[in-house]
Design a protein around this ligand. Structure first.
Ligand SMILES: *[C@@H]1O[C@H](CO)[C@@H](O)[C@H](O)[C@H]1NC(C)=O
Ligand SMILES: *[C@@H]1O[C@H](CO)[C@@H](O)[C@H](O)[C@H]1NC(C)=O
Ligand SMILES: *[C@@H]1O[C@H](CO)[C@@H](O)[C@H](O)[C@H]1NC(C)=O
Ligand SMILES: *[C@@H]1O[C@H](CO)[C@@H](O)[C@H](O)[C@H]1NC(C)=O
Ligand SMILES: *[C@@H]1O[C@H](CO)[C@@H](O)[C@H](O)[C@H]1NC(C)=O
Ligand SMILES: *[C@@H]1O[C@H](CO)[C@@H](O)[C@H](O)[C@H]1NC(C)=O
Ligand SMILES: *[C@@H]1O[C@H](CO)[C@@H](O)[C@H](O)[C@H]1NC(C)=O
Length: 769
């Protein structure tokens, strides 16, 4: 028995590189290669060959050899106004390596910038995250790198960078990135976007003779070797680095744990494989062959046994080798004893005892009991600490701050019905935050469905991590929402500050986001022109109310279709006030860190950091465009000139080809007057100069005015809403691929810095004259 036990340990052969070896690589009938790259399942090239949209690889055969690209929703960015599709260079069991872009700034002798580009990547809303195997690397003698998320990550306002300096060329070491001519710094695991830029201290004027450019990029650290000063003058440095130093992405399936998927059709681990939770980042799982098995763990019928004894020249046994499922058995010839393995006790003539073994076994058990004892002591101590902790959390989570805010706002109409919930109440309501109560997960955290003691169904938002900067945002959201009582704004019922991370309790808005309804299967059946107009009017009314009717003007700051929820009756509810700001009455604008979502962000706000209510007007116009065209604000599936929806729309207006970009259903159902009026309204809202944009109130009134053009009264029919619901639950991949099902997901919780140069290139919008 003992020897069997030992054998199992000894035969713990390192996990085989499962997905890339074995006979089967893809589903039957699917191509396995794009150019030189092998594409193993769950990735796949043709339709139906991958487990879902994020694993779909587009193979562009107009290159020789053909080049593989990631899903069109993900893109990289080079700062010369170019969005690019992300080229894949390698797929392994845990990582996808993608082609890099190097941010460059070159100077002339007098220190003027003569070449400027940035480097960025957006894999938000997919199951990819940026790996910690990457580092931010800067090369140059008078430079520093600056890397930040493009539109916020997991509730952290991360930014990072390093400084690289040197005063003469002899100082620059070859092969070491130590701060002299080259520097590097780490990035947190789980990033989903970044934008890297390189800046200078003295415009290269003192070192221009041997170093004219600064470079920075985020890439796989182990793939980069700094070649010293020769890199400064190498004309191929940028292209060679982009080619050889990839960005490493982690890939996982789904966004929840093995336990959640095990009984669903979204569980892909086959026989003889184990499911491994991916704990850092956004969750999700991967499959891995059990030890002693190899093959692709995602492909039926699963991993197959390794015949360890097959190769007589590389036999693991000293004695006789017998292959067993998942392992092998070594035995010694008659008259010998031992475990028979080469690296174990081998085979020795009988009667040599092993007292060492007994001793170590005894010590093992002793140690185990000590561990158990210590563990028990630890846990009983922990229990006593819980009560103290709760008090501590209350304070840490801004309990005092909230009290203060409520006190100072007393005259301002704080809704007294806001309730402070206890941890017990919410634990009970969510069955102890059980996985089957999860409505969705997002960058911010997790939203659970809760059933309160009085039978009311609520949505409970639990943030992932809590740092000081987030507390303020959290309290901010509580304070803002408690002051609002509007039919089209999601209602905050209360909060709980005693748990480790604070919890917010909302009314449950169960029918998903507007984003989901517009962009799933080309739009839901109920999304008629009348319903679109109604949603536009309701949202505009709610925003106008926030801007003017509330006691202090509130700017939402992150208006987008993913933050517009729909309830059972398809009534609009604006949500996510984490980024919103109260504007003091005597001011019309405040200076803030730029926040928002790429594709919706107001360019003027971006340039000036001056936040006004007109920033919301710009973002709202993008939502109107989504309703009108059914297209996403930013999409790599469209050709270069059409990637940015706002720019595409303005060009269409200018060239009188508006009707080509409108959703055919909108053209069919809307009247010409309505469409012309709404298009010119959108155009005014997209004005580069915020002053020339209409106010939200004007927008709401104009939209309301459009209703009278409608021939028949609009129908918010029960029929329509049922259609919408059934379409939603029928989804081919259930909610595994439905990243927008979470009502609170996809919000911007982090501040990030942008320079106006970065912005100008992010928003290549030429205003039509
Ligand atoms: C490869 O796939 C086929 C069809 O699914 C299956 O019959 C066969 O056993 C697989 N081979 C291996 C080595 O997994
Ligand atoms: C791709 O394959 C072709 C032909 O097999 C070969 O010439 C080329 O060097 C390969 N390219 C890479 C990047 O491996
Ligand atoms: C393939 O690449 C070419 C050249 O970059 C591009 O014009 C074409 O649209 C691409 N095809 C697909 C299907 O993406
Ligand atoms: C550097 O560029 C600036 C701006 O383009 C220009 O005014 C200046 O003359 C240039 N200096 C040299 C030495 O070329
Ligand atoms: C995070 O945000 C806070 C305020 O929003 C700011 O003071 C702080 O500098 C930021 N930290 C980083 C690392 O960006
Ligand atoms: C290994 O082989 C020996 C000798 O044939 C046998 O006695 C032993 O039970 C086998 N062990 C296992 C786990 O099959
Ligand atoms: C291997 O087995 C032989 C007998 O078959 C024995 O003489 C020898 O010592 C063993 N070697 C090891 C490393 O156990």
């Amino acid at each position: 028995m003992l020897s069997v036990f030992l054998l199992l340990f000894l035969s713990c052969i390192p996990f085989s590189p499962a997905a890339t070896t074995g006979n089967n690589i893809t589903l039957p009938g699917c191509p396995s290669k794009c150019g030189n790259l092998t594409i193993p399942y769950p990735f796949g090239i043709a339709s139906g060959c991958s487990v879902g949209p994020w694993f779909h690889i587009t193979c562009n055969t107009s290159f020789n050899p053909p080049k593989p690209f990631l899903s069109a929703e993900l893109f990289s960015y080079s700062g010369d106004s170019q969005f690019h599709r992300v080229e894949v260079v390698d797929i392994s069991d845990e990582h996808v390596r993608v082609k890099n872009i190097v941010a460059t700034k070159c100077y002339n002798e007098t220190g003027s910038v003569i070449q400027d580009s940035a480097s960025g990547l957006v894999v938000q809303n997919s199951y990819f995250t940026i790996s910690e195997l990457n580092k931010v690397i800067a090369v140059g003698c008078d430079d520093y790198s600056f890397v930040s998320p493009i539109s916020g990550i997991e509730g952290k306002n991360f930014s990072s960078g390093c400084v690289s300096v040197c005063s003469n060329v002899q100082d620059v070491p070859v092969g070491s990135c130590s701060g002299m001519g080259c520097c590097s710094t780490s990035v947190p695991n789980g990033l989903t976007t970044y934008l890297a830029n390189v800046f200078t201290l003295n415009a290269h004027t003192e070192i221009w003779s041997f170093n004219k450019c600064g470079y920075t990029f985020l890439g796989e650290e182990s793939a980069f070797t700094f070649r010293g000063a020769s890199d400064f003058v190498d004309p191929d440095f940028v292209s060679r680095t982009a080619e050889t130093v990839p960005v490493v992405l982690n890939w996982v399936i789904g966004s929840r744990s093995c336990k959640d998927y095990k009984t669903t059709t979204d569980y892909y681990c086959q026989q003889n494989s184990v499911c491994v939770d991916f704990t850092s980042g956004k969750g999700g799982y991967r499959c891995s062959c059990e030890s002693g098995y190899e093959g692709n763990p995602y492909l039926p019928p699963g991993c197959h046994d390794i015949d360890e004894c097959a190769d007589p020249n590389n036999n693991p046994c000293n004695g006789t080798c017998t292959n067993l499922p998942g392992s092998f058995n070594c035995s010694c010839p008659h008259g010998y004893e031992g475990d028979g393995t080469k690296d174990g006790s081998g085979c020795r003539a009988t009667n040599s005892k092993s007292p060492v073994l007994k001793l170590s076994l005894g010590m093992g058990f002793g140690f185990l009991s000590i561990l158990i004892g210590v563990g028990w002591l630890y846990f009983s101590h922990q229990r006593r600490k819980v009560i103290k902790l709760r008090e501590k959390y209350f304070l840490k989570n801004g309990g005092m701050l909230l009290k203060q805010q409520i006190d100072t706002n007393e005259g301002g109409g704080v809704n007294q019905s806001t309730k402070i919930f206890t941890t017990e109440e919410l634990e009970k309501a969510t069955k102890n935050f059980s996985e089957d109560r999860i409505l969705g997960r997002g960058g911010y955290g997790t939203v659970y469905k809760g059933i309160l003691a009085d039978g009311n169904i609520v949505a409970i938002k639990k943030s992932r991590v809590m740092d000081e900067s987030q507390i303020e945002q959290f309290i901010n959201e509580v304070v803002i929402l408690t002051q609002i009582n509007h039919r089209n704004v999601v209602k905050l019922l209360g909060c709980c500050l005693e748990s480790e991370v604070p919890l917010l309790v909302y009314e449950c808005v169960s029918n998903g986001t507007l984003f989901h309804h517009i962009h799933t299967n080309g739009g839901m059946a109920w999304l008629s022109w009348d319903n679109r107009l109604r949603i536009a009017i309701e949202s505009a009314g709610a925003l106008a109310y926030l801007h003017s009717a509330a006691s202090k003007p509130i700017i939402h700051r992150d208006v987008k279709s993913a933050n517009i929820l729909l309830d059972d009756h398809l009534v609009t509810k604006i949500s996510d006030f984490g980024a919103s700001r109260l504007i003091p009455l005597d001011q019309t604008q405040v200076t803030t860190l730029v926040q928002g979502t790429l594709g919706y962000l107001d360019p003027e706000y971006f340039h000036t950091s001056q936040l006004t209510d007109k920033s919301d007007v710009y973002s709202f116009a993008i939502v109107l465009l989504e309703l009108l065209t059914g297209k996403k604000p930013l999409s790599m599936e469209r050709i270069q000139a059409e990637r940015n929806l706002a720019a595409y729309f303005l060009v269409s207006m200018k060239t009188n080809s508006l009707f080509q970009i409108l959703d055919p259903r909108v053209v069919r159902e809307g009247s010409l007057e309505q469409l012309q009026a709404i298009a010119s309204l959108v155009k005014r809202c997209l004005n580069m100069n915020g002053y020339d944009r209409p106010t939200m109130k004007e927008v709401a009134m104009q939209l309301e005015g459009l209703r009278k053009f409608t021939k028949q009264p609009w129908v918010n029919s029960q029929q329509g809403s049922e259609d919408g619901l059934s379409r939603m639950s029928e989804g081919e991949h259930s909610d595994l691929y439905d990243v927008s099902i979470n009502p609170f997901m996809d919000s911007v919780e982090a501040s990030s810095f942008y320079s106006s140069d970065q912005f100008r290139s992010l928003y290549p919008i030429d205003e039509p004259r």
